[in-house]
Design a protein around this ligand. Structure first.
Ligand SMILES: C[S@@+](CC[C@H](N)C(=O)[O-])C[C@H]1O[C@@H](n2cnc3c(N)ncnc32)[C@H](O)[C@@H]1O
Length: 263
């Protein structure tokens, strides 16, 4: 058994495993930006393969994609050109004071802030990066979903797919670490190409809606929308023209917050 992060080390495999041919995440983010009148300069924090950053670029925005993974950034530059791509850590970054009109943070990237210090670092960095009135748009798992529900924890999820002639199979187990307030994921990969099985461990902060509202207020943000859907990863998924919901019960959270012009 080897360890590593097969998906972030292999961005092409990541896109094959999580296809988004209709660019739903990028379109949803653009819809949020447009509905709230965001200016053109956008930072996509935890941009991954660059798909969403490139969609926002195609919509006419001036986009910077930032990620910690050099493999993701190399893929983004080659496959999704248009945005500027830079290496930055979402726990604390400085890409210029008031350099952006919006920060987007999609597919639970924000939940890589595991500790309160990391979350404070992220929001302080967003505050520094945004012009007054700038927007923070994020999409992530909803920690509150796990209160009283075990359906995502009871049975490992098995996924099998073929990519470039190799059959891959992943078995994913989720557990709740109540002390660290983390959702821990163990994913075991096997493939029919003779390579040994590999195990990947990851975790997301279990962030609760009222906790998120509080920490945003502390950092000078006003929450404009916080809801469980429709969104790019809800079932059914968000469609163009659909408006945000009002509750935060289901398993995804969608956030739009504005940096206050006066504190
Ligand atoms: C689940 S992927 C989401 C990628 C992309 N936003 C999307 O929606 O397809 C999470 C991304 O966050 C990046 N990441 C993890 N920890 C990070 C950190 N501390 N700073 C910046 N990026 C980080 C990973 O490299 C990965 O590309």
């Amino acid at each position: 058994m080897t360890t590593g992060n097969l998906l972030t080390d292999n961005p092409e495999l990541y896109e094959a495993r999580f296809p988004d041919p209709d660019r739903l995440a990028g379109r949803w983010a653009e819809d949020c930006l447009r509905r709230h009148g965001a200016g053109p300069r956008v930072l996509d924090m935890g941009c991954g393969t660059g798909r969403d950053a490139a969609h926002l670029h195609g919509a006419g925005r001036t986009v910077t994609g930032a990620d910690l993974s050099e493999a993701m950034l190399a893929h983004a530059r080659a496959r999704h050109p248009g945005p500027a791509y830079v290496r930055a850590d979402l726990h604390g970054f400085d890409l210029g004071r008031a350099a952006f009109d919006a920060v987007v943070c999609l597919d639970s990237s924000l939940l890589y802030c595991h500790t309160d210090d990391q979350l404070d670092g992220f929001l302080a960095s967003c505050h520094h990066a945004l012009a007054p009135g700038g927007l923070l748009v994020a999409e992530m798992r909803n920690g509150a979903y796990f209160l009283g529900r075990t359906d995502l924890l009871d049975t490992p999820t098995v996924n099998a797919f073929t990519w470039q002639g190799t059959a891959y199979r992943s078995t994913t187990t989720l557990t709740v670490d109540r002390t660290a307030q983390l959702l821990r994921r163990t994913r075991v990969w096997t493939s029919d190409d003779g390579l040994p099985a590999s195990e990947q461990r990851s975790a997301w902060r279990l962030l609760f809606p009222l906790e998120l509202r509080h920490v945003l207020a502390v950092h000078g943000f006003e929450v404009l929308e916080l809801h469980d859907g429709p969104g790019p990863r809800t079932e059914p998924p968000w469609q163009e023209g659909e408006l945000p919901g009002r509750v935060t019960d289901a398993d995804r959270l969608h956030l739009v917050a504005r940096l206050r012009t006066t504190l």
